[in-house]
Design a protein around this ligand. Structure first.
Ligand SMILES: [Zn+2]
Length: 145
């Protein structure tokens, strides 16, 4: 009688703390500022590891009314996750998991960069199959032109 080795990666723990961030640290609040330059024109959000484009700025979307969400795990590791309607440079990896989801009603799948396979966040889809899904990308792992 011995304990099974735990070789499988643990899913992200459920958040003990969930608050919403008004914006990414250091990022200008373009929506409120209403800057006249064409936001997103020719600019791309890239993988912070390899520089490959992963999403258009215009693909930013709000989930629960906000684009950026902050989740912390019990170890104090904080993820600031931005929601995107589409992330063409990301690929879903592995099965969708309904447990431990940071977004109620959504199942998650690991999302990696198509270029370098870096873990950039998670892909979410409704657990009941209704409506579109979205990508929750770790903002600290992205770069923007
Ligand atoms: Zn990459």
């Amino acid at each position: 009688m011995r304990a099974l080795p735990s070789l499988s990666p643990a899913p992200p723990p459920p958040p003990l703390l969930c608050r919403t961030a008004s914006r990414a640290p250091g990022a200008p609040d373009r929506d409120a500022a209403g800057t006249p330059d064409e936001d997103g024109e020719g600019r791309l959000i890239r993988c912070g590891a390899c520089g490959r484009p992963v999403a258009a700025p215009a693909a930013r979307t709000g989930v629960g009314g906000r684009h950026a969400h902050v989740f912390a795990n019990p170890a104090g590791l904080v993820f600031e996750v931005g929601c995107f309607r589409e992330a063409f440079g990301c690929r879903g990896e592995g099965p969708f998991v309904a447990a431990f989801s940071w977004f109620g009603g959504f199942a998650w799948q690991v999302a990696v960069c198509r270029g370098c396979e870096a873990h950039l966040g998670w892909r979410y889809r409704p657990r009941d199959g209704s409506g579109p899904g979205f990508w929750g990308l770790i903002l600290a792992r992205l770069a923007e032109d």
